[in-house]
Design a protein. Structure first.
Length: 592
């Protein structure tokens, strides 16, 4: 642009107004999209049904933005209305996450408080009436906050379009297109900021940062157009008060969120870490005089292990596939970043173990390298996994297990035994790691005489998901069986085991004369007994679908088991008159 044209541009007050309004609208659009993602993300985390919650929240906010755009016409002065609107959005954006966390925590601890107040026995469950009503209110609170925020965000475009037209004092033919263009571009930038920056920040930091930018744009607008605003003195005072509140939240918000999060755990929280991938919480409980403390790990609020009985779980996860494999020189563990399955595998003296883990900070915590963990906690965790992650035979690969497995296939790697120790399929992203495609890739890197074992959730609390995992492994070409045992912290728990050729895993275990590596919680007889289910357990397995890639079958089964049934198992189901008769799951393997 020639110098003369640039000078003319800056001398034209209407062009300067347009530039200011377009920049303000673009920045606010970025903030609006970040609010939308932030509320969806946090609501999904606290309510559990991540995918459904995210879609529902986005839908609620889009509808509320439409309603806000419609009702913006009733705001008489667009200048005053826009200024008040921005301070309101900044305030709600800063406090909404705290409000949701507080209400959810209060709903969670209310039954325990009522038990204490009325001196009820701990075995008496406090439910119904006020407790149920308050829990439902807490569940809807994220959507109420999303609707309120969306309502205000939806008013921004109509109001700023009216501001621009009022400044020009004429009808602007392309006014809507100009403002919407700034909005769409700003929203795209906001999406990039959310993915690249906000996802790596604590949720309260992301909320306060976005609110601060929102308030800054509101103050720029107020300063630029205060001569059109009659209540400017009051607005400056309100902005100062809200900014002071946001500053307090910026300083104390993380501690408040941590305290509210800790209220959700019965035991004492000794360590919390929010990583880019998950929420790690370690708790500690004293169970009696002279007894060791019990450490428990929670990921996103779900129990992963308790130190008092984790040996039972990990023994049943690792010993059957190791015993069923012809060799144990090269072992692959998928998941298991706590090093506990690795600890048991190393007892078999393999030459090399490869561990695939998504979260580097999980590895740091359980290898004593987490600078935020107390030294005494690091020492306890290292004692628990016997410093397995520091063993020279261990290769740790950080990254998505789905992609890392593809890489192992491309490199032509082979393993004698594969152990899959992933969290339950409670999130859509985990579903692909329970799919037929993923299991077929495991088959490509498993030795012909090796075995694979998969953590398969509870055979009773989430029966369809359990059976579906077994059927999916079978559909990928494995001779498949399933087994189970009681883990006190979890209840009855199950695993799936598969071999590519030859006799099924249970036959191989039966042929063994004993365990090459002794374990206080495992014997050959006990392992064989774990393969026995009730006579009618698999009668309706034909109605259970295979989890093909992209189908979300296992995720849906697991979600429905806990959302619709609350994990309750109905033994009467096995007597359904149309049931398919089967003596044992292993007898249902199709002829190949």
């Amino acid at each position: 642009m020639p110098v003369a044209h640039r000078m003319a541009f800056w001398r034209d007050p209407l062009m300067r107004h347009d530039l200011a309004l377009i920049v303000i609208m673009g920045v606010l659009a970025a903030c609006g999209l970040i609010y939308e993602y932030l509320l969806s993300h946090y609501a999904g985390r606290i309510l559990g049904a991540v995918e459904a919650t995210i879609y529902a929240m986005i839908g609620v906010m889009i509808v509320s933005m439409g309603i806000g755009a419609f009702y913006a016409r009733y705001i008489r002065c667009p200048f005053s209305g826009f200024a008040w609107l921005e301070v309101g959005i900044g305030l709600l954006g800063a406090v909404c996450v705290l409000i949701m966390a507080a209400v959810f925590a209060a709903a969670y601890i209310l039954p325990a408080q009522l038990q204490t107040v009325y001196g009820l026995d701990p075995t008496i469950q406090v439910a119904g009436g006020v407790v149920t009503g308050f829990r439902r209110f807490a569940d809807t609170m994220p959507f109420v906050a999303g609707f309120a925020l969306g309502l205000m965000v939806g008013m921004e475009i109509p109001l700023i379009a009216r501001v621009r037209q009022a400044l020009h004092q004429e009808h602007l033919e392309h006014n809507a297109g100009t403002i919407y263009g700034a909005d769409y571009i700003g929203a795209g930038i906001g999406a990039a900021i959310w993915v690249l920056v906000c996802l790596r920040l604590p949720i309260i930091v992301a909320a306060v940062s976005t609110a601060s930018v929102n308030l800054l744009m509101g103050m720029v607008f107020l300063w630029r157009y205060q001569r059109y605003i009659h209540t400017r003195a009051v607005l400056w005072l309100v902005h100062a008060v809200v900014l002071a509140l946001v500053a307090v939240i910026a300083v104390q918000g993380s501690n408040w969120m941590l305290s509210l999060n800790n209220m959700l755990f019965k035991d004492r929280v000794v360590h919390t870490r929010i990583t880019p991938h998950q929420y790690l919480t370690v708790t500690e409980r004293r169970v009696g005089a002279g007894l060791p403390l019990v450490q428990s790990l929670y990921i996103n609020g779900h129990l992963q292990f308790a130190s008092n009985d984790e040996q039972i779980y990990h023994a049943l996860l690792t010993y059957p596939p190791l015993l069923a494999s012809a060799r144990r020189d090269r072992v692959l563990i998928i998941g298991g970043g706590d090093g506990l399955a690795l600890r048991d595998v190393l007892r078999w003296q393999p030459r090399a173990v490869t561990l695939l883990e998504l979260d580097r900070e999980m590895i740091d915590l359980f290898s004593g390298r987490d600078p935020t963990a107390a030294p005494e906690l690091s020492a306890k965790l290292l004692q628990l996994n016997q410093k397995a992650l520091l063993d020279s035979r261990v290769e740790v690969l950080i990254g998505d297990a789905f992609l890392q497995t593809e890489r192992l296939v491309a490199e032509g790697r082979r393993f004698d035994t594969i152990i899959v120790d992933l969290p339950d399929p409670s999130h859509p992203d985990l579903n692909k790691l329970y799919s037929d495609y993923f299991y077929s890739k495991l088959g490509e890197i498993l030795a012909g005489d090796g075995a694979v074992a998969i953590q398969s959730t509870s055979p009773y609390h989430s029966k369809k998901a359990f059976v579906a995992i077994g059927k999916t492994l079978q559909s990928a070409g494995f001779t498949t069986e399933q087994y189970h045992t009681n883990v006190p912290s979890f209840g009855e728990w199950g695993w799936s085991i598969g071999v590519k050729t030859g006799a099924p895993a249970s036959e191989r275990i039966a042929r063994s004369t004993g365990l090459p590596v002794a374990h206080p919680w495992v014997s050959r007889q006990q392992l064989l007994a774990a393969f026995v289910f009730a006579p009618n357990y698999y009668e309706r397995r034909d109605a259970v679908k295979v989890n093909t890639l992209g189908s979300h079958v296992v995720y849906a089964y697991h979600r429905d088991a806990w959302r619709k049934r609350d994990g309750v198992f109905f033994s009467s189901e096995v007597f359904h008159r149309d049931a398919f008769n089967s003596e044992n799951f292993s007898n249902n393997v199709e002829a190949r």
